[in-house]
Design a protein around this ligand. Structure first.
Ligand code: SF4
Length: 554
């Protein structure tokens, strides 16, 4: 992808001016920026920072970077400064942002649909080893995330990524982020509909398009035709979920307005059925509603979920149909309840073409460049060269002949990438945490990994699906609100009254079957050191008291 030429920051909205001016919507005539974020977006489109990175910052170094680019527009190309090393979580809230900034960056590579070829995976692994000190995390939105990136190396990294069809464009920022897709799209035996053509067209229309590069905030997308509901559709701004329409056949059920973080909300169904060919138009319609009507006055009300909550599903659908699509959508059914309790595609599964796919579990999404390169070798030796990432920070190798399955599974085990994980290895996720994140208060990745080992040792017979999600701060990057056991990082008091790393506990969240947010157990905070004891107690009690088939969330 090449640099985007300068464009007007604010596209002219198509809506007439409304009387409601209170939330800073463009559709209400609010083009005067009402906060610092809106101002820097109006001053210059975030996409344009690429030219400055290529021609100035990468040549002249970190100190040449304009502060508005450093803490604002660089996100439009997937770059955030990482946390300066050695600053403990107690200082997160009291230090100025510039005191937390390291001179290195996190760089997010978007992997729409989680789809990678081995050629791409090899390049991802090489970049990790050459430019990112070996780091590479699989995120819970199917992306790859590097750390330790120097600004000087960014143009070369882009060259290599774009040479194999990958990009960091709008991987962060107030933009359409990565589009989550079923990692087994087009191959699963039980698939209702393959969403791949729609996802490709959505990318073609939107990525790098200045019409969508100044949204009120981030915009998250999910699409899947899998009956196991494998894209966490309930917590995306827009989601398309495969359904069989009794008259029209396979298509998608449309959801809008889901999101976690501040005021978490599950998405709502609009009751509309969308055929495959119409998905890109509907997607652009919802995206445009967000751009034009989304709230821009207060940052913490700038997600689509607040507009959906105020309008309701009926009005949202009417505006979409009448003002953006110019046609009515057919009514349609809700998705059926998934039969499977795990939705992560881990293990060995038959494809519709008779071959197999093998899903396996890195620890809390952490891999490294050398491992990714070896994985590319394995996928080529055993499959056709197609690899997928999942929204559970896991991975899948596709197209494996039956005779090759055992050898692949054993080879993966040798890389500590098991296709037969314990419930704990399978169900534990962790965000970036204090190792690299400037907002973090506590450690997450290493702690999640050691927690898995501890629980496997202490409760080896635990075989129920369970999700344990660790966040390093009150944000929601690891989806703590919808985990069986959600752990929100904060400083807590230990028995001696000393402030130490710990977690606020949320219990009983779920997606899929009976979705809902976990209950914050009043006053229940555990120290990091006491975490294995606490979880062991909770799970042993559940084992002892559960009725037949009773899930943890209930
Ligand atoms: Fe950083 Fe907090 Fe997100 Fe974790 S949840 S990655 S600590 S912002």
């Amino acid at each position: 992808m090449t640099a985007t030429p300068p464009q007007p920051a604010a596209p002219t909205p198509r809506r007439k001016v409304s009387r409601h001016r209170g939330e800073g919507q463009w559709a209400a005539g609010h083009f005067t920026p009402l906060n610092g974020n809106e101002q820097f977006k109006k001053d210059d489109d975030g996409l344009n920072v690429r030219t400055r990175i290529e021609t100035i910052y990468s040549q002249q170094g970190f100190d040449s970077i304009d502060p508005n680019d450093l803490r604002g527009r660089m996100r439009w190309w997937g770059l955030y400064t990482q946390r300066k090393q050695g600053i403990d979580g107690g200082k997160t809230a009291i230090l100025a942002p510039e005191e937390l900034d390291d001179r290195y960056f996190m760089l997010r590579v978007r992997v729409d649909g989680g789809a990678l070829t081995t050629r791409q995976l090899r390049v991802v692994g090489e970049i990790s080893q050459e430019f990112a000190r070996g780091t590479a995390d699989i995120t819970d939105r199917q992306n790859v995330q590097y750390h330790w990136i120097r600004i000087e190396d960014v143009p070369e990294i882009w060259n290599r990524l774009e040479g194999v069809g990958l990009s960091t464009v709008t991987a962060c920022g107030d933009t359409p982020r990565v589009m989550i897709g079923s990692p087994v799209a087009g191959i699963a035996e039980d698939e209702i509909i393959d969403a791949t053509p729609a996802l490709e067209e959505m990318k073609r229309r939107v990525l790098g398009n200045p019409a969508y590069s100044n949204l009120p905030r981030k915009f998250k997308t999910a699409i899947s035709g899998s009956p196991v509901l494998d894209v966490v559709h309930e917590i995306n701004d827009v989601a398309f979920v495969g359904v069989h329409h009794p008259e029209h056949g396979p298509g998608f059920d449309l959801w809008v307005g889901g999101g976690l973080s501040t005021n978490p909300k599950l998405g709502v169904r609009l009751g509309a059925w969308v055929p495959l060919d119409d998905v890109p138009d509907v997607y652009e319609g919802v995206l445009s509603i967000f751009r034009d009507h989304g709230y821009r006055r207060l940052r913490n009300r700038a997600r689509l979920k607040f507009l959906v909550a105020d309008w309701g599903a009926e009005k949202f659908r009417r505006v979409l149909e009448e003002e953006y699509l110019g046609r009515a959508l057919a009514d349609g059914p809700a998705p059926a309840e998934p039969a499977a309790r795990w939705r992560d595609h881990i293990g060995v599964h038959r494809q519709r073409d008779g071959r197999f796919y093998v899903g396996f579990a890195p620890r809390v999404g952490r891999v490294d460049g050398a491992t990714l390169t070896k994985l590319a070798d394995l996928a080529e030796a055993h499959g056709s060269g197609r690899v997928r990432t999942t929204v559970e920070q896991k991975m899948i190798i596709l197209d494996v002949e039956e005779a090759q399955v055992d050898s692949l599974v054993e080879s993966l085990e040798a890389l500590d990438l098991t296709a037969r994980p314990s419930s704990f290895r399978r169900g534990t996720m962790a965000c970036t945490g204090i190792e690299f994140c400037k907002l973090a208060i506590v450690e997450t990745k290493a702690r999640g990994s050691s927690l898995i080992d501890e629980l496997e040792r202490r409760i080896p017979d635990f075989d129920e699906p369970i999700t344990i999600n660790l966040n390093g701060c009150p944000n929601a990057c690891a989806r703590i609100q919808v985990a069986d056991i959600g752990l929100k990082g904060q400083l807590v008091l230990d028995d001696d009254g000393k402030q130490v790393e710990g977690y606020q506990v949320h219990l009983g969240g779920a997606l899929g079957l009976d979705p809902g947010f976990g209950r914050k157990v009043r006053g229940l905070k555990v120290t990091a050191a006491g975490l294995p004891d606490y979880i062991e107690r909770v799970l042993k009690r559940y084992q002892a008291e559960r009725e037949d088939g009773e899930r943890f969330a209930t």
